[in-house]
Ligand binder design. Sequence first.
Ligand SMILES: C[S@@+](CC[C@H](N)C(=O)[O-])C[C@H]1O[C@@H](n2cnc3c(N)ncnc32)[C@H](O)[C@@H]1O
Length: 232
Amino acid sequence: MGGVSINYESGRLAPDTVRRMFDRIAPVYDAMNRTMTAGLDRRWRRLTAEAVVRPGDAVLDACCGTGDLAIAGAEAGGRVTGLDFSEPMLERARRKAPALEWVRGDLLELPFADASFDAATVGFGVRNVDDLERALVELRRVLRAGGRLGILEITQPRGALAPFYRFWFDRVVPLLGKLLPGGSAYTYLPASVRRFPGPEELAGLIEAAGFRDVRFRLFAGGIVALHTAEAV
Ligand SMILES: C[S@@+](CC[C@H](N)C(=O)[O-])C[C@H]1O[C@@H](n2cnc3c(N)ncnc32)[C@H](O)[C@@H]1O
C-alpha cells in the first residue's frame, strides 16, 4: 500500500481501494459470509433471485463477487452474466460455474448496450460503490422497460435486534477480520453499513433512477433488506 494509510473506519473508500480490498479477501470471502450470517446468506440470495428472475430471462448480476447470487439466478432459470471489477473474485466465480458468463467491469460504467437485460440483481454490492445514484441509473439503462431489479443489502435494524447487531458488526466482525488476510475489510464493513441509506431512503433513490413499484422486505430481524422494482 506504499505506506499510504487507509481509513477503513470511514466506510467510504476510493474505487481502486475497494477493488484491491476485495482482491485480497477473495480467498476467505465465502467462508466469512457463511460465518457472519450463520449460513442464512444462501437463503437471502435464493429469495432475491426468485423475486426478480423468470425462466429464460437475460439476467445481469452486478458486483457478482464469487458468484453465489449469479448462480442463484441461473437456478431460477435465468441466462446470467456476472460482472465484477475484482479478478480474484471472478476467478472463484468462474471455477464454481464455468457455464455462466463472467465479465470484468465496473458497475458505474456497465459494458452493455441499453435494454440488454430482463432482470438485474446486486447482492451486497451497491454499498461499496462511489456513486450510488449513478449505479442505479446504470442498472436502469441496461434493463428493458418492465425489467426487474433486485438489490440485496445489509441495513441497520431499528428494533429489538439493534443492540445485538451493533455488538456483532462493530465488535465481532472486525475481530474475526483481524485473524484473516485482508481483514481490514471487516472494519470497513460495519462502517460502510452505517453510512449507507436506510431502506426507505434507498427506495426513494431507486425510484428517482427510473423505477416504479419499488418495494422492500427485511430479513433476519431487519439486518438485511431486499428491494425490488420495475424499470419504467
Ligand atoms: C461484498 S461483495 C458481494 C459479492 C456477491 N454479490 C455476493 O452476494 O456475495 C461486493 C463485490 O462488489 C464488487 N464491486 C464493488 N464495487 C464495484 C464496482 N464499482 N463495479 C464492479 N464490481 C464492484 C467487489 O469487487 C466485490 O466482489
